[in-house]
Design a binder for this molecule. Structure first.
Ligand code: C2E
Ligand code: CA
Ligand code: CA
Length: 567
């Protein structure tokens, strides 16, 4: 506890017990304590409402029941700080009742003569402060100080229960910053953090008292609008949020603008369960993300078709696909047990004749939106299988290959059949192929996706959950998924050696994976400290610039053979 005057409120009792308590405190506590005595119970409830005390001592020597009642009343109006009941003597039955009423401890006045009771007060206060720290750690985001995913889930559960009881509705907004990955890459993580913090502050300012916000992922926020009875109201707030977040922001001395996408779902119309509501909001967010210029999308709303420039870009992509301008690069996955490359992730690039190497962030979104991702995705599977055979032919170890799948690819009714055909035609051993699916993609159409995964699984193909930690999958979702690995999103790895909270989260993700007999892979490992932390905490595999960026197929096989020669 901080070394400052202890603020004590004494409730009830008489002059004699007050004198005793204040004498003991004065003589034992340094610096001097400030003790306020109030023997009117009602008035004392008013006092705790307006001032902060380190501890409240409730005198129950003469009227034990009255003291317990006061503690119960204080707790029922939401008072959380330490409360101690003074009893006449050491009686464990009374002690038990004091604790049941909501007191943190009880002290017999007999002990007021000894040093023990001051220690007991300190113990109660210290324990309370430690609990508060833990709550802060478990329920608040360390970067922005606003509620985190855990608190969001609990808040939403309460809001849904309240709405159900009152037969009212509520709105859930899921807000995602556009192009945040690219922003981080362009300006660096520190500027990215500053951006997220500013966005959290701006969101806070849009709030009414009954609303609650949270940060549930790197660049993902939620807003629960309690008691929102009219759609027009929700639309007004959503548009305001989009407007406020899209205002220019001064970062690193320059004004920058980043837009956001918002998905909205209304309880009970768009989902009358917690999971159902979250899923709908997420589907709406996916639509908002996929449509240029549409910032707010309500669940079930039709979204306009892409504009002219999008369709030109799409035509250019179709041509590029035909002309063979796309290529796959490979980023090694390294085992932390052996230190060796055990597999690789294929990452698409567009080698544009004029613009040079174009990264997926600049075209995958549009390909997904226009459906071009479906043929492009088949090309990717074919190319990945053929490159794998190429690596084998060059004498590389029999690596595992992982291929990213978008939600839209799985929506193609012919996906399972076509993918099976492509894999079989290539002649590779299907057990060497893994598909990476994001949490968001899986949750958006859970039953259908699990069905397709199972069918492909029978062929020998495995699956991993990508960007783990940024979506909404609950423990029960993960348990039901036919996956063999979790890939921790790189936003968690970024700060694992900087923030206590992310370190705790990553450790618990590792434990979670292992308890489900899943492999755990950390992506975005950039420093030796991050790698060391992951190694120490039993993470199975790592991927990231610290080991290697994505390489062309040629460079990858050269690197792999070089590594074999060394070992
Ligand atoms: P992802 O699946 O999360 O891929 C990991 C991304 O992190 C890659 O970006 C990779 O280059 C980058 N990365 C790897 N190590 C580090 C690191 O240490 N630090 C940092 N800051 N970044 C690292 P890339 O290649 O730009 O891909 C971006 C996203 O595009 C992928 O995210 C994936 O969602 C999508 N994508 C890429 N290739 C494909 C594909 O073939 N099919 C589909 N459907 N999506 C793809
Ligand atoms: Ca991936
Ligand atoms: Ca990922």
């Amino acid at each position: 506890m901080q070394d400052r005057a202890l603020r004590v409120l004494m409730v009830g009792g008489d002059q004699q017990s007050y004198d005793l308590v204040s004498n003991r405190l004065d003589s034992l506590h340094s610096p001097l304590s400030r003790i306020l005595w109030c023997n009117d119970h009602q008035q004392a409830l008013g006092l705790i409402d307006i001032s902060a005390y380190d501890v409240v001592l409730v005198d129950g020597q003469q009227q034990f029941d009255g003291a317990c009642q006061w503690v119960e009343d204080a707790r029922s109006v939401g008072y959380q700080s330490p409360l101690i009941i003074l009893t006449l003597d050491h009686n464990s039955v009374l002690g038990q009742r004091a604790l049941e009423a909501g007191a943190n401890d009880f002290i017999a006045t007999r002990d007021l003569q000894s040093y023990m009771w001051v220690r007991s007060i300190h113990y109660v206060i210290d324990r309370y402060e430690a609990e508060q720290k833990l709550i802060q750690l478990n329920y608040f985001d360390s970067l922005t100080g606003i509620p985190n995913r855990q608190q969001f889930l609990e808040n939403l559960e309460r809001a849904v229960a309240r709405a159900e009881e009152k037969q009212s509705s509520l709105a859930l907004l899921v807000i995602n910053l556009d192009g945040f990955k690219q922003f981080n890459e362009n300006y660096g993580l520190a500027v990215g953090d500053e951006l997220v913090t500013t966005m959290a502050e701006r969101l806070n300012q849009c709030l009414r008292k009954s609303d609650s916000i949270a940060r549930i992922g790197g660049d993902e926020f939620t807003l629960i609008l309690d008691d929102s009875n009219s759609a027009a109201d929700v639309e007004l707030v959503s548009t305001k949020v989009a407007e406020v977040l899209s205002k220019p922001i001064i970062l690193d001395g320059y004004p920058k603008t980043i837009s956001c996408s918002i998905g909205v779902a209304i309880y009970p119309d768009d989902g009358d369960t917690l999971d159902g509501l979250i899923k709908s909001a997420n589907v709406a967010l996916l639509k908002a993300k996929a449509t240029a210029g549409s910032q707010v999308v309500f669940y079930g709303e039709e979204v306009d078709q892409p504009g002219v420039s999008d369709s030109q870009y799409e035509a250019e992509m179709r041509r590029a696909l035909r002309d063979g301008e796309f290529e796959l690069h490979y980023q090694p996955r390294v085992s932390l047990v052996t230190g060796k490359t055990v597999g690789m992730e294929s990452l698409i690039r567009w080698r544009h004749p004029e613009r040079g190497l174009v990264m997926p962030e600049q075209f995958i979104g549009l390909a997904e939106k226009t459906g071009l991702i479906i043929p492009m995705g088949y090309w990717i599977i074919e190319q990945a299988c053929s490159d794998l055979k190429g690596f084998d032919a060059k004498g590389c170890d029999p690596f595992h290959i992982s291929v990213n799948l978008s939600f839209e690819q799985m929506q193609d009714p012919l996906f399972v059949v076509t993918a099976t055909q492509l894999i079989q035609q290539s002649g590779i051993d299907p057990t060497r192929l893994e598909f990476e699916l994001t949490e968001t993609a899986v949750i958006a159409d859970f039953e259908q996706t699990v069905e397709s995964m199972k069918t492909l699984g029978e062929l020998g193909v495995s699956f991993s959950l990508d960007d783990f930690g940024t979506g909404f999958s609950s423990f029960s979702h993960i348990q039901q998924l036919p996956i063999s690995a979790l890939k921790v999103d790189r936003s968690f790895i970024n700060s694992v050696t900087r923030g206590e909270e992310d370190a705790i989260i990553v450790k618990s993700m590792i434990d979670l994976a292992h308890s489900l007999q899943l492999q755990i892979i950390a992506e975005g490992v950039e420093t030796v400290d991050q790698a060391h932390f992951l190694w120490q905490n039993d993470c199975d595999q790592v991927q990231g610039y610290f080991f290697s960026p994505a390489l062309t197929a040629k460079d990858f096989s050269a690197m792999a053979r070089e590594q074999m020669a060394v070992v």
